[in-house]
Design a protein around this ligand. Structure first.
Ligand SMILES: O=P(O)(O)OC[C@H]1O[C@H](OP(=O)(O)OP(=O)(O)O)[C@H](O)[C@@H]1O
Ligand SMILES: Nc1ncnc2[nH]cnc12
Length: 191
């Protein structure tokens, strides 16, 4: 098998890539009732990530949406890491990890927030970014918006300029955009 056979062809135009990404999410995202707790309909995007064409499509579409506007990509633990690493590699930009509390070894900023199914805290290293770095913030799902609001606040405490938030899937009923008022938010698909 040649290199060309193994790598899916890149759709040539941005609107085609966006449509391809949306189709991939609609086709592959799994709905898991009562996870992680009763009453929650969990949207599992791991089948999108494990499909080569779908993964390339979502990474390309996220990069397209903010093309030329960022110097670094931040990903939220855990699935945001996959997206940030891929977009950072594809666009030649650095990657910043926004981690669950207690994982980073040097001085951190910390923010606590509420989720659809509990509470959590995120941390970022205080000194990983030059002041004024334009950062694109990525995660897989926008639900209540608590996670991205906390991550955006942390990046700003660390001196970054958050140019926008990109997600693969937005759960509109949970009104996460309201928690991100004032930020540019781009979702590849909304349900
Ligand atoms: O918009 P919100 O209501 O804040 O929810 C979105 C967050 O919830 C999920 O992660 P989760 O916190 O479950 O952590 P995980 O990545 O460790 O599974 C998802 O990956 C987002 O990060
Ligand atoms: N319903 C849901 N599915 C996937 N991730 C989520 N994060 C918060 N709510 C979620």
């Amino acid at each position: 098998m040649s290199e060309t056979d193994r790598l899916p062809a890149r759709t040539p135009d941005a609107s085609g890539r966006a449509a391809h990404a949306r189709d991939a999410v609609d086709r592959l995202c799994a709905r898991v009732p009562d996870f992680p707790s009763p009453g929650i309909m969990f949207r599992d995007l791991t089948p999108v990530f494990s499909d080569a064409q779908a993964f390339r499509a979502v990474v390309d579409a996220l990069a397209d949406a903010f093309a030329g506007q960022f110097d670094a990509v931040a990903g939220v633990e855990a699935r945001g890491f996959l997206l940030a690493a891929a977009v950072g590699y594809a666009t030649g930009t650095g990657v910043v990890t926004v981690r669950k509390a207690g994982k980073l070894p040097r001085a951190v900023y910390r923010e606590s927030y509420d989720l659809e199914y509990g509470q959590a805290s995120l941390e970022i290293h205080q000194a990983d970014l030059p002041a004024g770095t334009r950062v694109l913030l990525l995660d897989d799902v926008l639900a209540t918006g608590g996670t991205l609001a906390a991550a955006g606040a942390l990046l700003e405490q660390a001196g970054a300029v958050v140019v926008g938030c990109g997600v693969v899937l937005e759960l509109a009923d949970l009104t996460g955009r309201a928690a991100l008022a004032g930020r540019r938010v781009h979702a590849l698909e909304t349900v």
